[in-house]
Design a protein around this ligand. Structure first.
Ligand code: NAD
Ligand code: ZN
Length: 258
């Protein structure tokens, strides 16, 4: 990372009037939550459970809840890091219309981004919900029941199955969030993809959609991505340091007056 790169990013941010920030697991590794594909990432330790297996197979369901209650996703005590705080700063200064995230850790909201500005494409792992009526459930009582009976009870409202409120592999994408993300992407003039390998579709289609609609595309990731060739600016660096420096540059270049 050089000062000139972050200064270029700061310039693009200041020149833009409606920025969309798109984040993947990479923005949360500095908070201690492993990503999927880096060495030591989640996939090198445990295979993801497919949605249909969760629904069909009580053993897989049990395994899924055990992983959750043993805290194996690393999310239980995670706090926002410098990257999340920099994003929140840009949102709260009015530069960013939305944060579209593939993450399920709630750290954008915890860092001060208002709920209505965060579009969660893959749901949220900090609570559970009924697969039929969407009633939300806290984990604590579910965990107690799991410890006593070896399974989580069904929805008290409609009797259907309860699952962590994330979108698992094989589970349909949430329609409302997909629509909101499309609208935000089409309306932006700068799209910044941060900490995503840009391999998971349909989420990874948004950067290209932004580009096709005339927005400038910036990619910030430790390693190259499939979409680097389409970007106005590519920064291969660590997210926290790069974004902190970028915010400082934005302030130097007059973000306050923008
Ligand atoms: P990914 O694991 O495919 O890619 C993460 C990328 O971030 C990698 O290319 C890696 O090189 C980069 N990276 C990691 N730490 C970085 C750092 N400090 N600075 C710069 N780059 C860094 O993640 P993805 O594309 O988001 O897709 C995986 C899926 O897994 C997502 O759909 C998401 O739902 C889910 N997931 C979420 C979390 C979370 O909520 N924190 C964690 C793991 C996986
Ligand atoms: Zn229900």
């Amino acid at each position: 990372m050089t000062v000139s790169t972050t200064s270029d990013l700061a310039k693009l941010i200041i020149q833009s009037s409606r920025v969309v920030i798109f984040t993947g697991a990479g923005i949360s590794t500095e908070s201690g939550i492993p990503d999927f594909r880096s060495p030591g990432g989640v996939w090198s330790k445990m295979k993801p459970i497919q949605f249909q297996d969760f629904v069909d197979d009580p053993k897989m369901r049990e395994e899924s809840w055990r992983r959750k209650f043993e805290g194996r996703d690393g999310m239980a005590n995670a706090q926002p890091n410098k990257g999340h705080l920099a994003v929140a700063e840009l949102v709260n200064r009015g530069k960013v219309s939305h944060v579209i995230t593939q993450n399920v850790d709630n750290l954008h909201q915890n860092s001060g981004v208002p709920d209505d500005k965060v579009i969660e494409l893959h749901g949220n792992a900090t609570y559970a919900k009924c697969l039929n009526c969407n009633r939300a459930y806290e984990f604590a009582p579910l965990e107690l029941a799991f410890q006593k009976q070896g399974e989580v009870p069904d929805c008290e409202h409609c009797g259907s199955m309860i699952k962590t409120a994330t979108i698992s592999f094989g589970q349909p994408m949430p329609e409302r969030e997909m629509l909101l993300a499309q609208q935000a992407t089409i309306a932006c003039d700068l799209f910044i993809a941060i900490g995503s390998s840009l391999l998971v579709y349909p989420a990874a289609s948004f950067p290209l959609k932004a580009k096709q609609n005339g927005a400038k595309l910036v990619i910030l990731n430790r390693e190259p991505t499939e979409l680097d060739a389409y970007a106005e600016l590519v920064i291969h660096g660590e997210i926290g340091p790069v974004l902190s420096q970028t915010i400082a540059q934005c302030l130097d270049q007059g973000l306050d007056q923008a």
